[in-house]
Design a protein. Sequence first.
Length: 123
Amino acid sequence: MSRDKNRHDVICTSTILMALVVGLTLIPVTMARAKGGPGSAAAKATFHTKCEMCHGPDGSGSTVGKSMNIPDLRSATVQKLPDGELAQIISNGKSGMPSFKNSLSEDQIHGLVKHIRSLAAKK
């Protein structure tokens, strides 16, 4: 009886330890995927909700944006701007563009910069 109980305890302990190892291994992978890359779903969703109304889905400008003379985000003029300057424009606004520093995190702003960079390839 005692031998069966010990065997059962070893199996349970081994199972729990294995689950912990697997869980701790998957957490960093999940976090890395959540941050995403240039084409990340999070950056696309942010662009859709915050930028698309004026800049259009492809960055070329919507009817509203074109009436306000917004630049084509795919253009060489915009694409040659340093990342820091694009982030600053998104954060502080420019001309008729509103500031997003109070509604977007720094990570979201940098995600938008990467998304804007990806738009150039689609021109």
